[in-house]
Design a protein around this ligand. Sequence first.
Ligand code: CU
Length: 668
Amino acid sequence: MRAVELVKAVAVLALLFASTGTKAAPLPEPQVFASDKGVLDILMVARAAPIETFPLFKPTGWVYDICPRPKDGTLACPTKPAGSNLYGGSRLALQPGDVLKVRLVNRLPKITDSEHAKEKEHAYLAFNPTNIHTHGLEVSPRFPTVDNPTYGDTVFVMTLNPANGELPPDAAVHGDVRVGYTDYQIDIPKSHPAGLYWLHPHVHGIAMNQIGAGLAAIITIGDISDYVCKNASCAAALGRMSIRHMLLKDAQITKDSTLIDQEDTEFCQKFTGPPPATPGRGFCKGINLGPHEESYVGGRWYFSLTGVPYPAIRMKNSAGEIWRITNTSSNATYNLQLFNPKQNRDMLFQVLSLDGIAVDARGGLAAAAISGGRVTAVPCPGSPSGLEHKALCARSILMMPSSRAELWVVDRDANDKVVKASAGDQAVFRTSGIKTGPSGDHWPAIDLGAVTFSAAGSAKLPQVLDVTGPSHDEIPARVAADLARANAKIGANAACKPLPAGHMRRIFYGLDASDPNFLGLGYEEVDEQGKAVPGTFLNISAFDPATPTVCVPLAAGNKPVTERWQLINLAAEDHNFHIHQMKFGVVGDPQVEHGSAATNGILVDNVPLPHTDGVCASVAAWRQGKCKAHPVRVDLPFAIAGDFVYHCHILMHEDDGMMARIRVRASP
Ligand SMILES: [Cu+2]
């Protein structure tokens, strides 16, 4: 480039920075609906609404329009003021012991581009039935009874919008069908851990479409001060911090302003890594996939924070901020970093919790080791003696769909020490781009937000925040005690036999053995020698909503029972494991190379399952050693009776069949 061109280019760049710098919209907080006197009673209308926050486009998304439940039984919320950012999502602020009452109304339009609606007996999916799941909450998945006609947190019910048509007689439905609305009552146990959770629809076959179009809300239980900064000096610093709630949301918009709810992971140029020098600011550009494929030219794939692409995150105090982040994208994996342009590197941040459970001093580095590769821990500098290897600091965090993390973000010097910011200290919050295996997806590198640190306030700053979570070992026992009545009501089942001591259950992830157009899960029981127990093998098959794969009886007195499961991903792409109604511990597995044989550090509700080395198209191929899998072992403390599911939370995969039903019953 000649000198005169260089000068011009710099001038254009400066203009660009100036214009984007002043135009960047501030990061909004989701609208809050807080419980009062132990109850939050809301009307939640799932409906279409314009997305007002995307530059150039005004597509229609699907949103939860929430309001206190009208006393007169009206099934609509009062009209929201213009620019309400319904798409960005809301926060239900609850306390342990609360009752969450939701009347869910379905006013969604028909789906026009659902792949699964084209399948036999599944045409009804185009009517866009919906439901809700309170992700991560340890609550009962109960069905209605004569005394209580509401539903608990079960996915085996769906609500139809009567305007979209009646169910055809051949419809293969997954549970109860209701027309118009469904009432839910979620009893939060008194002992429920405080933290960050969320709520989303869970209708098999269109979960991706509904969440991808915008349906998500976050749930907080208790307050951050319930587990962060129990000592006075730390609490003083916490009092100066802004607490932000961010929903990571992505949406693909075509040039004619249409939101694609059947997400195409190849919408943008494939990420091949390392991160490009100039990732898109809040979006990447659609490409032409070829002569016989789609052209997304002129469209944009937005990666927003709470609905706003590339917002300004301006801190108000030198103590920094607490970021409570939820990945509400249906498929996208984020590898989050905080890039400091002055230091030309990624900044350190402290991880306060994962999946709603505090990472306390018992966890720390051990927690990172067994988080399933989500965090690579770095010692927190300047932390009080004994804490440096316990508090969890990192420069990046991997967030697969549905995962949550709470971070302390504050300005730091070249030695990573917390410092009062100087004027103009900035960072870029970004996802660096990630490829999830040879046959996996390419998630783009995107600058998600522009961070400005603040010099305001006292210079006296802690180097680490102390985190005091509940005893991880005690959570299941307390939850089981709080839910004793709900568990007893589910009853026992003679056919439900405990897993013999020393045995574990093995779950396979891969292609449906009878139809490779579908994905599925397989199963077998493994004895103490590591041998498969004859007669227990179920080959990989797509979700069967009618048949539980396993039945687990609670221990005597309906106390929790802990089972060890081994999760084996046979695909050449990463998946993740999520199970409803509980948190589980990840056990280090020598084969995954990150971990010790301890689970006491951390409890999570989803864990990445790394792809294979080499190709295995079947369980048989794996047994023959045709690929090397990287099993992940988890300890699951079952404390809640009922029927629920475990699945891959990449929702394209879940909708393709990568889910199974599990049954937990009261002690015989
Ligand atoms: Cu998957």
